[in-house]
Ligand binder design. Structure first.
Ligand SMILES: Cc1ncc(COP(=O)(O)O)c(C=O)c1O
Length: 364
């Protein structure tokens, strides 16, 4: 099985450490271990470092279910982050020759991974002219006899596109007729604001984690929520690749989920502050434009006249310590992926530096 290089992840790995202003991270500002422990009553020295319950502590799975309407713990299994959750779903559902539909610009895993399994992948192009949205027909027109899976990311990285309930209901009606599964990566979903596909559709599979809105990417705790039979098959696969997420992670994840209101409120406040600043910054700097998303922690910042986003991202990092993932990592020139969840002071200082730098290097 041949896999293409994962451009975004490689760019992050190679460059992230040098950033003074990280304007591209997709997580909310991270918590320290101490900050997390202070939210609960856990004495970490008392934890037995064994495998723990193999498919994730039952009480943890129940706590995860509080982010959803459905309440069956056998519809949940835990994973190493949302990334592995997605991989396990695709490994479980897809066979060579199956057909998959997904959106671009988007997260490369949804294109390159099914291709590596021998599937064909059709792309729905999100349209900037429609605020990065698409129509139901864009999906309908791509469906073939072999279509097994539609993959969404809601909200979408990097465009911030939202798939709201009326659209999801229409898409579900189309997929239901043909027995097509919908995998929805909901790693950027705020459970209070957006529906989960797994609560709406009997063939809907939702993946998520504590990485983004919870600011706990280093915990590497994710999950899949889906139909019982799919979860059972995923669990059979997990025995080969991970066994369990382990006692320690499950216990720490439990603290985070029990404090979800507090943690999510902190994230919402950061996002609101950063979006407010971005709005006024865009008004003052007409060389940039951006569809500011209603939900999620990412947006796609357009720099007018920029032709080579990779060279620009390298210069910005080297000369000013401003770190971006260039649009080229999403096969889209003229853009930088903007993260909205980091410390507001640093975010504002970084954007100010960016505008000054761009002025000094004109024309691009
Ligand atoms: C759409 C999407 N899914 C999954 C991930 C990985 O999430 P996790 O850290 O939970 O593995 C990312 C990270 O950028 C992402 O953007």
């Amino acid at each position: 099985m041949k896999l293409k290089d994962f451009k975004v992840e490689q760019w992050m790995n190679e460059n992230e450490g040098q950033a003074k202003y990280n304007l591209t991270d997709t997580c909310a500002s991270s918590f320290s271990l101490q900050e997390l422990l202070d939210m609960g009553e856990l004495d970490p020295s008392s934890i037995l470092l064994d495998y723990g319950e193999i498919t994730g502590k039952k009480s943890l799975r129940q706590e995860i279910l509080n982010l959803y309407q459905g309440k069956d713990p056998d519809q949940i299994t835990t994973t190493n982050g949302c990334l592995e959750a997605n991989t396990l779903v695709m490994d479980t559902l897809l066979e060579p020759q199956d057909h998959v539909i997904t959106c671009v610009p988007g997260y490369q895993q949804f294109v390159s991974y099914p291709e590596s399994l021998g599937c064909t992948v059709s792309l729905v192009h999100l349209d900037l002219a429609k605020d990065w949205s698409c129509s139901l027909d864009d999906f309908k027109n791509q469906i073939t006899e072999n279509t097994k899976l539609v993959i969404l990311n809601n909200p979408n990285n990097p465009t911030g596109t939202l798939f709201l309930l009326p659209f999801l209901e229409e898409l579900i009606a189309v997929c239901r007729k043909k027995g097509i599964y919908i995998l929805c990566d909901e790693v950027y979903r705020d459970p209070e604001h957006l529906e989960s596909i797994s609560d709406l559709y009997e063939r809907g599979i939702s993946t998520s984690s504590l990485s983004k809105l919870f600011g706990l990417a280093g915990l590497r705790l994710g999950w899949v929520k889906g139909p019982r039979d799919v979860i059972q098959k995923i669990n059979a696969r997990r025995d080969y690749v991970m066994i369990s997420t382990g006692e320690l992670r499950d216990a720490l994840g439990m603290i985070a989920l029990q404090n979800k209101e507090k943690i999510l409120q902190r994230t919402r406040t950061i996002l609101q502050t950063n979006k407010g600043f971005l709005r006024s910054w865009l008004r003052a700097h007409p060389d940039f434009s951006c569809v500011i998303p209603k939900e999620g922690t990412v947006a796609f910042l357009q720099i007018h006249g920029m032709k080579d986003s990779e060279s620009m991202a390298k210069r910005l990092l080297k000369e000013k310590g401003i770190f971006f993932v260039p649009g080229s990592c999403f096969d889209k020139e003229g853009y930088m992926r903007l993260g909205l969840g980091q410390d507001p002071e640093n975010f504002q200082a970084g954007l100010k530096e960016l505008a000054l730098f761009l002025k000094s290097v004109k024309p691009l």
